[in-house]
Design a protein around this ligand. Structure first.
Ligand code: SF4
Length: 358
């Protein structure tokens, strides 16, 4: 009698049966990469199916110049900076938010923008600056907090926006033919503001099959199977398997609130340069809630740590084990670059799971 296979094993078997030549796919999302590594599945995939990471970890793509701006604002007297934990240790040109915290700056760790509003309500004599770092899915929530602060006259609250849109950056990467990326897997985290149309455009323009999927092992393997099938058939369709699909009404409401607060502008990405319409700034009408204007701070180019190869890794040009510092001077306890700092960072996941692989 044939042994009963669970769904993941079935999917692996199907992928194996199809991959009969080298195929290179990009897994843009840090969480999806972590799912594969955590389940020790990467090693079970066909050797000729090459998986590279992409620019889908918001901390990893944060350029030093943006960290410098956060540090500059956080160093102002009377400022409380509210930030997610992942960003705390990431160094800009010289300092990180953690290092200026040791010198007396007040930095509070939060999980949601609403927590930053709460701090502002309880600390009326301080200015609370929320560091809004993330991808487009976070934009509606951040926009809501800004509108709430404006409507309720909470003028000691402002936001330093560093929100990124993934599709324009994937487009930039696809212009580089030497990468030979044949398919793109990305997460539904990014699929609120940049809807399926954005990926359909990428698919058409670059003959790039795209799959928007969730974070479970089965979601990721289903996505890989879809992409391998597309590559084998020479087609470039988009599959949206998002578990968080919004209704057209919800999507419209989210888009309305985002466009009321933000406009899309060119933005810097770590190692990828400046990319048109890949980030947001706060509209003039809400300038009071824009920390960059309130403190006259500009995002500059900054200086990246020249030892670190995160630039190459988030653009699919290297994998963590290509870096001479991986596990040898760069570990989660003593990280050199953002890909080792963030839980979503591919170096972090490789270190935590690939090195322990049974
Ligand atoms: Fe940067 Fe460390 Fe990753 Fe090397 S191992 S690329 S130094 S984060």
């Amino acid at each position: 009698m044939e042994p009963v296979l669970d769904r993941s094993e079935e999917l692996l078997k199907e992928i194996y049966a199809l991959v009969d030549r080298p195929i290179r796919l990009m897994l843009a999302c840090g969480n999806q990469n972590r799912t594969l590594l955590k389940n020790y599945v990467r090693a079970k995939l066909p050797a000729s199916l090459e998986l590279v990471a992409g620019p889908g970890c918001s901390v990893c793509v944060m350029p030093a110049g943006h960290i410098d701006a956060f540090v500059k604002v956080a160093s102002q007297p009377g400022v409380i900076t509210a930030v997610c934990e992942d960003l705390l240790q990431v160094r800009g040109s010289k300092e990180s938010l953690a290092s200026i915290c040791e010198k007396g700056a007040r930095v509070e760790l939060i999980n949601t923008p609403q927590e930053a509003l709460d701090i502002a309500r309880h600390e009326p004599d301080s200015t609370v600056v929320y560091v809004a770092a993330g991808f487009e899915a976070t934009a509606p929530n951040v926009a809501e907090t800004i509108l709430y602060a404006a409507e309720s006259g909470l003028e000691n609250f402002c936001v330093i926006p560093s929100i990124r849109l993934l599709p324009p950056t994937i487009g930039r990467l696809m212009e580089n033919e030497t990468l030979h990326i044949e398919g793109l897997l990305c997460s539904d985290n990014n699929n609120v503001v940049s809807d399926t149309d954005a990926y359909s455009n990428l698919a058409r323009k670059y003959n790039l099959p795209c799959c928007i999927a969730g974070f479970t092992l089965e979601d990721v393997l289903e996505g890989l199977l879809f992409l391998v099938r597309q590559v084998k058939a020479g087609t470039a369709e988009v599959s949206d398997d998002s578990a968080f699909s919004w209704s057209p009404r919800e999507t419209n409401a989210a888009l309305c609130i985002v466009s009321e607060v933000f406009c899309a502008v060119e933005t810097d990405w770590r190692g990828l340069g400046t990319i048109a319409r890949s980030g947001f700034v706060i509209r003039d009408e809400l300038a009071l809630f824009d920390a960059t204007r309130r403190f006259n701070v500009h995002f500059t180019e900054g200086h990246e740590n020249s030892k670190c190869r995160c630039n190459e890794i988030i653009s699919g040009r290297s994998i963590p084990t290509d870096c001479p510092f991986f596990g040898m001077g760069c570990t989660p306890e003593s990280p050199v670059g953002p890909c080792m700092i963030s839980d979503e960072g591919i170096c972090h996941s490789y270190f935590k799971y690939e090195l322990q692989s049974p």
